[in-house]
Design a protein around this ligand. Structure first.
Ligand code: NAD
Ligand code: MG
Length: 303
């Protein structure tokens, strides 16, 4: 069997309810921000399945949280679609990031690792400058990094905690977008990862859920503001997806074991199942899509 037909088998039509591991999931916990390489079962980011077809040939992308989860799935897909990719991640995530850079290079594209803490405005500005210098410009910003820490009660949520979530999920995209705009040519795309939490918030995610509602909102206001400049702004709204964020405090242990069980598809989603959405929103054939939020949530969380 040659490489092409092997991929054709992998991508054959499958039953989405049984395509990936179903609950109950194993008990596990990691220190924030967690590592994909220590999760059991390992998440699927499309490492063996994503097939590119030149849809982003020559584009230059910066992806925050590109080491794991949705960001890694997007990074792999973008590289296989022909883009050069810079990834940002928290310095503790070097191990995951190295795997991603290796995969980008295996796709024949330039992969640039730019670790650092997005809660710092001057770092956000430097990140964009470094990405522009390393890639020779930027056409796509995927603002995907996020912080989620479940708290049963608002009384358990400290101001430091609240502030860290706001800094990561609200301020960092604001700083990054301001820094990147002067570099983006007409035709460029900004893609933000929001969440079904934006319109169907969990009681344990008081702070996180409101940042995702804010993200959905800024996607729409910025799309109006930047449309006349030819820059599109869209969002991706995942449902419950099997990523380090969930095993490092994003979900409590008992809920983690039943993660995704209540969706009509009966399981957690995998980052690979969102990769094509990030590609589609960046691609030239989506040139009339702006201010939109595309979802993949196993049937749950519809607005
Ligand atoms: P993930 O843990 O793989 O990715 C989150 C990433 O955010 C981390 O890898 C880390 O690199 C980055 N990050 C967090 N704080 C940072 C900081 N201060 N500085 C630099 N980087 C930082 O998990 P994921 O689930 O793929 O998360 C990606 C996005 O998807 C997030 O915005 C998250 O809110 C969103 N999301 C996730 C789910 C889910 O169920 N997993 C559902 C809806 C939305
Ligand atoms: Mg990570």
């Amino acid at each position: 069997m040659n490489e092409h037909s092997k991929n054709a088998v992998i991508q054959a039509q499958r039953n989405p309810t049984s395509k990936y591991p179903r609950p109950p999931y194993r008990k596990q916990t990691q220190t924030w921000p967690g590592l994909a390489c220590e999760m059991n079962p390992p998440p699927d980011h499309g490492e063996t399945s994503y097939c590119g077809s030149g849809r982003l040939l020559g584009r230059r992308a910066l992806i925050t949280g590109g080491d794991s989860g949705m960001g890694r799935a997007a990074a792999i897909a973008y590289a296989r679609e022909g883009a050069d990719v810079a990834i940002n991640y928290f310095p503790d995530e070097e191990k995951d990031a190295e795997d991603v850079i290796k995969l980008i290079k295996q796709a024949g594209r330039k992969g640039v690792a730019l670790p650092g803490d997005l809660r710092d405005e001057s770092f956000c500005r430097k990140l964009v400058e470094d990405a522009v210098r390393e890639l020779g410009g930027l056409d796509i910003l995927v603002s995907n990094a996020g912080r989620q820490q479940a708290r049963e009660s608002i009384l358990d949520l400290s101001s430091e905690d609240f502030d860290a979530t706001m800094k990561t999920n609200i301020y960092a995209p604001f700083w990054l977008i301001k820094a990147v705009l002067p570099h983006l040519p007409p035709g460029a795309a900004i893609i933000a990862t929001t969440s079904e939490q934006a319109y169907d918030p969990s009681p344990q995610l008081y702070d996180y859920a409101q940042t995702k509602a804010a993200t959905m909102n800024y996607v729409k206001s910025l799309a109006k503001q930047l449309g006349p400049k030819g820059i599109r702004v869209n969002g991706v709204a995942p449902g419950p997806i099997w990523t380090p964020l969930q095993v490092s405090g994003g979900t409590t242990m008992d809920r983690l074991q039943q993660f995704g069980a209540k969706t009509p598809l009966g399981r957690a989603g995998q980052p690979a199942e969102l990769a094509s959405i990030y590609v589609q929103l960046a691609a030239e054939d989506a040139s009339f899509a702006t201010g939109q939020v595309y979802g993949a949530a196993g049937g749950s969380g519809q607005p």
